[in-house]
Design a protein around this ligand. Structure first.
Ligand SMILES: [Zn+2]
Length: 473
């Protein structure tokens, strides 16, 4: 279905420096691409006016990948009319009083752990793992994991997340779930030394099942440098290099991890992984809290994407990641929620707010991580971490993949609108998301999720966790 959004406050995430960040206008989608970005309305708008003035039918049907910009005010009505003429069946969505922005990218989570949301909180780490999490997981079947994944993906879609990076097991079983729900995903096959031989065949199967679906990518996801041997870390990276995949792992999340790796190898977690040759542009490192200045330089030089998970880090007292120092050093910092055991939700809008507030609090500098930069972590930077070229994902621009979110600004906590970016980052909630498009398909329509019967999902989840908890006891 082709789509035309009109009268929207568009937040394209393409503005530089002092350029206006939003403008009033229209956005057209044909197939899975954005083919029209037309600025109209007030003078406060048109950040890229005049950069792409023509809008003929050929461009609507065959967008030039990578093209950017919007259309001058004076041409807006004409190009919108041309889009309507070229796409007479397009669904038109009036976005008066609404914000249209790129879909959010959650670069680290364990979506299936929604089954364990609030199951065991406010408990010390080792007791939490030994007495609650691991026994629960021991009773989960692949179908249970797919059910938890469904709940997690539904929660993310309803919160405006259009792409996510996952790290868990039975990802082969989850490929079909992700395909059905329509979200964009990188599914990391999580392994430890203890289960590596079971997970590699799962990863092979997941790869085969995801073949031909551009929305779904598979990755190797060794848990960390202290739970995986050097041989198993390298084995995962070699698998990724052979198949052109990403590699992800937790890095420097806790002081205990740093201590264990120093005792074993005499190195920091970053130095250890770098010595093994697993850090590069196709590596996503979750957390990166306890990193030295030298570690930060290494992360920047290797092009590693860091997934910052502030709420998880706060809840389990891991520490504060030096996001501002990493950004200043040129590290690609992105945003994630982590799992729902340590957050306990998958609300990336709230996570942006927490990231900004935490940096301001930790650095003593109210200028640290401004709202627009927090939003950049969750859009443009996340898209880059997933391996998309600049302008291809994470922006509202002609030629980009059509992953879009409509936010309803007609809410008491979002009025008045002095600054739409500040309102979104500092006041927004997942529940403000109204419509979500992934790859040109409407997957959330007026807060209804496509292909999901929510009451049935909640009932299935309740029955499943009751069965697992009975088995654990
Ligand atoms: Zn994690």
């Amino acid at each position: 279905m082709d789509i035309l959004f009109t009268n929207a406050t568009v937040l394209p995430m393409t503005a530089d420096g002092s350029q206006p960040r939003t403008f009033t206008g229209a956005v057209g989608v044909a197939g899975n691409r954005i083919v029209l970005v037309a600025a109209a309305g007030n003078a406060d708008s048109a950040p890229n006016a005049g950069t792409n003035p023509s809008a003929d039918c050929a461009r609507c049907t065959e967008p030039a990948a990578g093209s950017t910009g919007s259309t001058a005010d004076s041409d807006a009505a004409a190009v919108v009319a041309a889009f309507r003429a070229a796409h007479p069946a397009a669904r038109e969505i009036d976005c008066t009083g609404k914000l249209l922005m790129p879909g959010l990218v959650n670069t680290h989570c364990h979506a299936a752990m929604t089954l364990q949301r609030s199951y065991a909180d406010d408990i010390a780490l080792m007791e939490w793992l030994n007495d609650y999490i691991w026994p629960f997981e021991a009773h989960q079947t692949p179908d249970d994991v797919a059910l938890g994944m469904t709940l997690g993906v539904v929660e993310m879609l309803l919160g405006g997340v259009t792409s996510f990076v996952d790290m868990y097991y039975f990802q082969d079983r989850c490929v079909e779930t992700v395909r059905r729900l329509g979200i964009r995903a990188m599914l990391g096959c999580n392994y430890f030394d203890t289960n590596v031989d079971e997970v590699f065949p799962q990863m092979e199967r997941a790869l085969a099942l995801a073949a031909g679906c551009d929305r779904i990518r598979i990755a190797a996801a060794p848990h960390s440098g202290y739970t995986c041997s050097p041989e198993n870390l390298v084995r995962g990276k070699e698998f990724c290099r052979r198949h052109g995949l990403h590699f992800m792992t937790h890095i420097a999340e806790t002081l205990d991890e740093s201590r264990i790796i120093r005792e074993r190898y005499g190195l920091t977690p970053v130095e250890h992984l770098d010595a093994l040759g697993v850090l590069d542009k196709r590596t996503i490192g979750a957390h990166c809290i306890h990193v030295s200045e030298s570690d930060i330089r290494t992360l920047a030089e290797r092009g590693v994407a860091v997934s910052h998970n502030p709420q998880s880090n706060m809840k389990i007292s891991s520490g504060v990641a030096p996001v501002e120092r990493m950004r200043a050093a040129g590290v690609l910092v992105t945003l994630g929620t982590d799992g729902t055991c340590s957050n306990n939700d998958l609300d990336l809008i709230e996570e942006m707010r927490t990231a900004a507030f935490l940096q301001k609090s930790a650095t003593g500098d109210p200028v640290a991580l401004p709202a627009y930069e927090a939003l950049r972590l969750a859009t443009v930077n996340g898209a880059k971490a997933l391996g998309y070229a600049p302008g291809e994902l994470g922006v509202v621009s002609e030629g980009a993949l059509a992953d879009l979110v409509v936010i309803d600004l007609q809410k008491p906590h979002l009025q008045p609108v002095h600054d739409a970016v500040s309102n979104l980052v500092y006041c927004g909630k997942a529940s403000d998301v109204e419509t979500v498009v992934v790859d040109g398909q409407i997957v959330v329509d007026g807060r209804r999720v496509r292909n999901v019967d929510l009451p049935a999902l909640y009932r299935d989840v309740a029955q499943t966790v009751a069965r697992i908890k009975a088995a654990v006891k």
